[in-house]
Design a protein around this ligand. Structure first.
Ligand code: 13P
Ligand code: SF4
Length: 332
């Protein structure tokens, strides 16, 4: 007999002290089952104050890890421990190398303030926390960099070179990317690690030109993980929540092409006039790994007293990653 996953998930959610969390890039059928949804910042804030002892997080690894770090007393399970490809581009030894790069070029370690995008492993966040640095997300990067600049230090931004450059540009700051051309940390305000999101690299200037020619007057809205040239050529850039707000507040007749993951773009405005800004399907493979069956099996494992896919973070990492995340959460 086949299992009705949706009905079983509803039953288990009623029975168990569990909160199901879903990022906007999840498949529709999984997303609909979530009690808490949001962009990375909203998910972190909402999970921190949520009362249930169990969290089942439908998203990518760094998101579940972040909940465990800010609320270590919670039991956090992930239906798939799928890792964000960008987060995998840096580990703590690459982080140390980046600090050393700046030191070798005349910036003493005590004059470096690291900021890590939340899309990073907890061990990288811990390194950042130990050096007095902070985490940021795509929705608060401006405020966090602004705060970081108050220290008078050089900012080492990891791992997303696009986010680092885009926010530096919007603030009139000089940035450079380690390993790309001449990157002199003494000359730049924001020194970026050379990581990127392959999904958001799919959007090109040709795509923008195509839509502007096809639908004169169309607006272009993108995520700041897109290349700086794409953000410059767009009408709006923002986090997933900010993109939803921007699109949903438009006149229903206003056409808009959106440069972010297609699951989200397709459900932004059901009455149409919203296009995915790419001829290639911008699908985050790891976000799309989680299925209804996975969610069901994870909830069932709690009911059976044999939890699967639990997120475990060692005490040292929790301590210092928590510092970096808490510094971010303290900034309103
Ligand atoms: P948001 O914080 O905007 O939800 O972004 C997360 C992400 O991974 C975008 O690719
Ligand atoms: Fe990571 Fe890119 Fe997927 Fe976002 S879309 S989770 S940055 S790989």
């Amino acid at each position: 007999m086949s299992i009705d996953y949706k009905a079983e998930i509803e039953r288990l959610k009623k029975k168990l002290p569990v909160t199901v969390v879903g990022h906007f890039y999840q498949r529709d059928e999984v997303f609909k089952m979530a009690d808490i949804t949001g962009d990375s910042l909203e998910l972190a804030r909402k999970c921190k104050v949520d009362k249930n002892p169990w969290v089942v997080f439908c998203g990518v690894g760094f998101m579940g890890q972040s909940v465990k770090v800010i609320a270590p007393e919670k039991r956090v399970l992930m239906p798939k421990i799928a890792c964000c490809a960008m987060a995998r581009m840096i580990d703590s030894s690459y982080f140390d190398d980046s600090v050393q790069y700046m030191v070798d070029r005349g910036v003493p370690k005590e004059n470096i303030l690291p900021i890590t995008y939340i899309n990073s492993d907890a061990t990288v966040k811990a390194k950042v926390g130990e050096m007095g640095g902070l985490v940021c997300t795509s929705s608060n990067a401006y405020k966090i960099i602004e705060k970081g600049l108050e220290s008078g230090k050089k900012i080492l931004f990891v791992p997303d070179r696009c986010l680092g450059q885009n926010f530096a540009n919007s603030m009139g700051l000089k940035s450079c990317v380690i390993g790309e051309g001449e990157c002199d940390p003494k000359e730049a305000d924001v020194i970026c690690f050379n990581g990127f999101c392959s999904v958001h690299q799919l959007f090109t200037l040709d795509d923008i030109e195509f839509y502007r020619n096809k639908y004169p007057g169309i607006l272009i809205a993108v995520h700041p993980e897109c290349d700086p040239a794409i953000v410059d050529a767009s009408d709006f850039a923002g986090s997933t929540s900010q993109l939803i707000k921007y699109v949903q507040e438009l006149d229903p007749e206003q056409k808009v092409a959106v440069g972010t993951e297609y699951n989200l773009v397709n459900r932004m405005r059901p009455n149409g006039n919203t296009y995915v800004l790419s001829s290639t399907k911008p699908e985050c493979p790891t976000m799309n790994e989680t299925t209804l069956e996975d969610l069901y099996l994870t909830l069932k494992s709690i009911e059976d007293g044999q939890p699967i896919n639990e997120i475990v973070v060692d005490a040292h990492t929790v301590k210092y990653a928590n510092l970096a995340l808490s510094r971010m959460l303290a900034i309103k």
